[in-house]
Design a protein around this ligand. Structure first.
Ligand SMILES: C[S@@+](CC[C@H](N)C(=O)[O-])C[C@H]1O[C@@H](n2cnc3c(N)ncnc32)[C@H](O)[C@@H]1O
Length: 291
């Protein structure tokens, strides 16, 4: 049975927000018997209650009963890859969680070879053993490794396809790194992809909190071809409150291919691919007219 075991919004986070709401509300009301000023605690209690409500609602929308948005997003990735993958491709999913995306990909193309990496930290309800058990229950094969997305232990160019869904914004920068964790993860994703290989990556690429002003993101993406940037909310018609900025509001799907000559510059690639722009003839001895 291909049942999902967990959600992008872990129950523990909702329980924490509900606990804070109740603690503040009770302290505010009981304290007011001695001093009315404690009623002010009801303000942060309301804010925490609102956060708990949003998380509960979003968790529901992500689940099969509430619109199944997690599955729809995985299907979007699978459909974008559908035309690009061959039956023998090696596919890496970075931050694979409970392996739902890998299962969806394997069900569409059973002969691809898939690898999932994740930290499976305590703040998530995902686990490597649960991924392995799930795949073996379904009679599918995959390799799973505990690995930091910012420091993948695979040699460069190891995979034909790299995918990742809503992981990079979680990634912390390695010690002494000069770029933020999400950008380090993106760089690693493209490093382990073979030249010409296909990537489909979903994250909050539109968020300045995660990707600064976007300049470094643009610079890393210079090493790709056929790039498509699609904001998730209009592409899929994501409903409120899943579409708020703390939800999928800043999420984009980046897809394309790693440049064949990544690291050697676009001009060299254009030269090799015979794709240079037409040469503008220079009038004899009149270089001033050339702008
Ligand atoms: C929102 S969940 C998404 C899970 C999965 N991609 C999916 O679509 O269902 C984010 C995942 O990123 C993983 N993650 C967070 N930081 C990570 C890191 N530094 N390296 C690898 N995985 C990480 C978490 O453990 C979690 O499984």
């Amino acid at each position: 049975m291909n049942a999902r075991t967990s959600s992008w919004i872990p129950r523990s986070r909702i329980r924490f927000a509900v606990g804070i709401t109740l603690a503040l509300a009770v302290a505010g009301v009981i304290g007011s018997f001695w001093w009315r000023g404690t009623l002010l605690l009801l303000v942060p209690a309301l804010a925490a209650g609102w956060a708990a409500f949003l998380m509960l609602r979003i968790r529901y929308q992500l689940s099969p009963g509430g619109g199944d948005w997690e599955r729809r997003i995985h299907e979007l990735v699978a459909s974008r890859l559908g035309f690009a993958t061959s039956s023998r491709d090696s596919v890496l999913d970075i931050g694979c969680g409970d392996a739902s995306l890998l299962v969806a990909l394997l069900e569409g193309s059973p002969t691809i070879s898939v690898t999932g990496v994740d930290l499976w930290g305590a703040n998530w309800s995902y686990a490597q053993a649960a991924c392995e058990a799930r795949l073996s229950r379904l009679g599918l094969n995959a390799a799973f490794h505990r690995m930091d997305a910012a420091q993948l232990k695979f040699p460069s160019g190891s995979f034909d396809v790299v995918v990742s869904v809503m992981c990079f914004h979680e990634v912390r920068a390695p010690t002494n790194a000069i770029i933020p964790g999400p950008l380090a993860a993106l760089r690693e994703a493209l490093r382990v992809l073979r030249p010409g290989g296909v990537f489909v990556l979903i994250d909050r690429f539109g968020s300045t909190a995660d990707y600064d002003d976007g300049a470094e993101l643009e610079s890393i993406l210079q090493t790709t071809n056929d790039l498509r940037r699609e904001p998730l909310v209009p592409t899929l018609g994501v409903p409120w409150p899943l579409r708020i900025m703390r939800g999928l509001g800043a999420a984009e799907m980046l897809s394309g291919r790693k440049s064949v000559l990544a690291g050697h510059g676009k001009a060299l690639e254009a030269l090799v691919l015979n794709d240079l722009p037409p040469v503008v003839p220079v009038p004899d001895g009149n270089f001033d007219s050339v702008k």
